[in-house]
Ligand binder design. Structure first.
Ligand SMILES: [Zn+2]
Length: 499
């Protein structure tokens, strides 16, 4: 055997004997290569993109939301993530009208002075006055009637409208219901009355022309629209002004109502004007954006691990509401994981779904639509991991991690090996209240649900306000959330049996 042939042969033999090891090496190498490509700079760039005026605050139903959905889908396609929506596309559509707000509008209090004259006191946006996100258009001047919680519950012998005329008036209304403890099973008998939708519809039913919603100094599009009902949210100052001279304050009245479970409604004797300039679009449509990496195992590919978060935000109230932390951050965390998993080329046994949810801010519609029209059988859904406002702070918080130790383990190990951030977790807890997150919808559908959160906020949170800009996220922690999920999901999806 000449020297050259022997060299070639030994090289071949070497490579054959090294094969199993090299497959493992390739996996580790591929895993690490994309791990290190996940970057805070890219996370920031994507948050800034989604929060930009181009998407106009991503209100569900509006063209801005659809443009954002298309941008996300275009990225998924680039990274080799397969469409998992309807008709071979990335989109899972449903209908939802939306309200277009042309300008901030205003709220003013009429202060009577001598000779029947009035002084008008205007309130500043956003702390004391916030436009009603589903307000009809027009100007309304009327007397203000205090109606507690605005609840009519005959089965509880409770009616805030009993014996008081609100026809053509502006009702002054609190959030929630007189029964307080949402961890008490008794709360289920009250829960239908705490929806914002119900409260507005009940006011309309009683003939009110408008509403001042207390504690509403941020955007709330999760409420009904009525073509003849003008409303706005208010902060503490107009509330104080309306109560001036009434010898009581709202807090004390509520205490009385809650303590006796008896309504306490009255005419405040104050007049206000609300003005709004809006257009209702009943033809609105929303979608979830669904990307999938299919498993390669003939049996396990029917199982799916889902990470999801809402892509929509609260729109534009005459001023852009960028929705950077809420929830461009969560959507971008998912994008970071999707990109790394898509480009790593690592073969998975199970399927993984990246779910960008629409309609969250208008009543958790996208998550409801998904669980009613799932793409994988519910019993084959290993877990749903929700990301909402995951981009400001230093530590990881895994909601319900303690209730699902077999899944939590993967997150804990990924953190211990690679990220070394503080990590806490909690038990899933019963809550009989109005569901407030997409996670609650999945959980109530019987799917094991965890939520990722961030502890140790580093920046102020401008919830549903113009200040929720890209500068308000901390991209370093977003990079690490994507890395955490990338490692944990890749390993979970490759495992024969999840511990
Ligand atoms: Zn949110």
């Amino acid at each position: 055997m000449n020297y050259r042939i022997s060299l070639v042969l030994s090289a071949i033999l070497l490579s054959i004997s090294a094969l199993p090891l090299s497959a493992q090496d390739n996996y580790e190498e591929a895993l690490m290569k994309q791990f290190h490509m996940i970057s805070s700079a890219e996370a920031y760039e994507w948050v800034a993109e989604l929060a930009s005026p181009k998407y106009n605050g991503r209100l569900s139903g509006s063209p801005g939301y659809i443009a954002a959905a298309e941008w996300v889908a275009g990225n998924l396609r680039k990274w080799g993530i397969k469409p998992g929506g309807d008709n071979g596309d990335y989109f899972q559509w449903f209908d939802k009208g939306y309200n277009e707000i042309h300008e901030l509008g205003s709220l003013c209090l009429h202060i009577p002075v001598k000779d029947g004259k009035v002084i008008k006191k205007y309130y500043p946006f956003p702390d004391q006055f916030f436009p009603g996100m589903t307000s009809a258009s027009g100007e309304l001047t009327a007397e203000v009637v205090y109606i507690g919680y605005g609840v009519t519950a005959p089965e509880h012998n409770y009616d805030d409208y009993n014996g008081i005329d609100v026809k053509g008036k502006i009702v002054l209304m609190n959030r929630d219901v007189p029964f307080k403890n949402s961890r008490d099973p008794e709360y289920t008998k009250w829960v239908k009355y705490c929806y914002h939708q119900y409260k507005l519809e009940n006011a309309v039913k009683h003939g009110a022309a408008g509403m001042l919603y207390i504690g509403g100094n941020h955007a709330n599009p999760n409420i009904s629209y009525d073509p003849n009902f003008i409303w706005c949210g208010i902060g503490p100052e107009p509330l104080k002004d309306i109560f001036a001279g009434l010898k009581t304050i709202n807090k004390d009245v509520l205490k009385k109502i809650d303590g006796s479970m008896k309504p306490h409604s009255f005419n405040t004797g104050t007049r206000v004007s609300i003005s709004a300039n809006t257009t209702w679009h009943p033809e609105g449509r929303v979608c979830n954006v669904i990307g999938i990496i299919e498993g390669s195992d003939p049996v396990l590919k029917n199982e799916v691990i889902i990470i999801g978060g809402h892509l929509d935000a609260v729109g534009n109230c005459g001023v852009l509401l960028p929705g950077a932390l809420d929830n461009a951050s969560g959507a971008v965390d998912i994008m970071g994981t999707a990109k790394a998993m898509g480009l790593s080329g690592i073969s998975l046994k199970r399927s993984v779904m990246f779910l960008f949810i629409g309609g969250e801010e208008v009543g958790l519609l996208g998550s409801k639509h998904y669980v009613e029209n799932p793409k994988f059988a519910k019993e084959k859904t290993i877990c749903y991991i929700n990301l909402d406002m995951v981009g400001n702070g230093t530590g990881f918080y895994i909601g319900a991690g303690k209730s699902y130790p077999g899944i939590y383990k993967y997150l804990e190990e990924a953190n211990q090996e690679f990220l070394h951030r503080s990590m806490r977790s909690s038990e899933a807890r019963d809550n009989y209240g109005r569901p407030r997150t997409d996670g609650a919808i999945f959980s109530r559908a019987g799917i094991p649900t965890l939520g990722i959160g961030i502890t140790g906020s580093l920046k102020p949170v401008h919830y549903h306000r113009p200040g929720d800009t890209a500068e308000m996220v901390t991209p370093e922690v977003m990079e690490d959330v994507s890395k955490l999920l990338y490692i944990a999901l890749t390993r979970m999806a490759r495992e024969g049996k999840i511990r």
